[in-house]
Design a protein around this ligand. Structure first.
Ligand code: GLY
Length: 317
């Protein structure tokens, strides 16, 4: 059985998308090499999201968006489609790789979600790597926050004004044994209220994986994905309505738009290894490795968001 892998680096109106392509290609190639060497889907998604968190280009880990207090407060989740095992952390500070801590929550506790100081204490006890606040804060993020505060903008307005880039990273994979996994990581929204948590660490909203359905990672306005439980909804479409990844991704985004005029996108890999993406935003950064072919895309870059737009199958764009 061939392995399949897809990653994303956020949705929105992506300015100069080419500046992300080398990074996306390198991350997906590295994850694909890992899967080819026999690694599990869980190992592959954790590996890819770790690399994306380490890259200041993305809104996760190093370079995460700053909240209203000027702090990088991160969320992450991971799910194993074989067992429905899941782990997540929300509102953590100083954790170099939130997805690694989410994985430890999944593998070493009876719980699914740990938040804030308790999650950080658990991470320290498990030897997770921590960094000073300055490691996470980039000049670009500082300037974005200052501009957002000047405008006294609402959270959604910040995103529109910041070229509509909604950040967040994620990965979905099917390994050679046919097992599925998903992971998602984010710094949330620029100038978000201190204490606000979006969809990314919520299993079923920003992340979901079930071998009976598909693996899903979302990006966009977290509240929209929370209200529609979008990742679980996409998996339900595969499991119960016999859609493939491409149809399920499109149907999920159509539902997101119809019910809450939602803004964002998702990547999906199904049990047959089909990778697909769809988004309601003008663009979405993504890359896939299927059947030995690596594809990098900014989605269908449109002037304005206008309902669902499929990113296509892994080899279709
Ligand atoms: N999708 C990321 C967030 O809303 O926090």
């Amino acid at each position: 059985m061939n392995a399949s892998l897809m990653i994303h680096g956020g949705a929105g109106a992506i300015r100069s998308p080419e500046r992300f392509f080398e990074s996306l290609r390198s991350v997906v190639r590295s994850g694909d090499d890992l899967l080819a060497s026999g690694a599990s889907a869980i190992e592959a998604v954790a590996h890819c999201v770790t690399l994306l968190e380490d890259d200041t280009l993305y809104n996760a880990g190093r370079g995460a968006a700053l909240n209203a207090d000027g702090v990088a407060c991160c969320d992450a989740s991971i799910m194993d489609g074989r067992t429905l095992g899941a782990g997540a952390v929300a509102g953590v500070r100083g954790v170099r790789n939130p997805v690694a801590l989410a994985r430890i929550v999944m593998e070493e506790t009876r719980h699914v979600l740990l938040v804030g100081e308790g999650a950080e204490r658990f991470g320290r006890a498990r030897g997770v790597r921590f960094e000073n606040e300055s490691y996470f804060v980039t000049e670009e993020r500082r300037e974005q926050l200052a501009r957002a505060k000047e405008r006294h903008a609402t959270t959604l307005d910040h995103m529109q004004a910041e070229h509509g880039k909604l950040g967040t990273v994620g990965a979905v994979a099917r390994d050679r044994d046919g097992n599925l996994a998903a992971a998602t990581s984010t710094g949330g929204l620029i100038n978000q209220m201190s204490g606000r948590v979006g969809d990314s660490p919520i299993i079923g909203a920003g992340c979901f994986a079930d071998n009976a359905g598909c693996a899903v990672s979302c990006t966009g306005v977290g509240e929209d994905f929370l209200r529609t439980a979008l990742a679980r909804t996409a998996s339900f479409f595969v499991e119960s309505q016999e859609m493939d990844a491409a149809r399920a991704a499109e149907a999920a985004v159509a539902y997101l738009v119809r019910r809450v005029q939602g803004s964002g996108g998702l990547i999906v890999v199904d049990r047959n290894g089909v990778c697909a993406a769809a988004h309601s935003t003008p663009g979405m950064l993504m890359a896939s490795a299927c059947d030995g072919k690596i594809t990098v895309s900014a989605g269908r870059q449109r002037e304005k968001a206008a309902g669902p737009s499929t990113g296509g199958r892994c080899d279709g764009y």
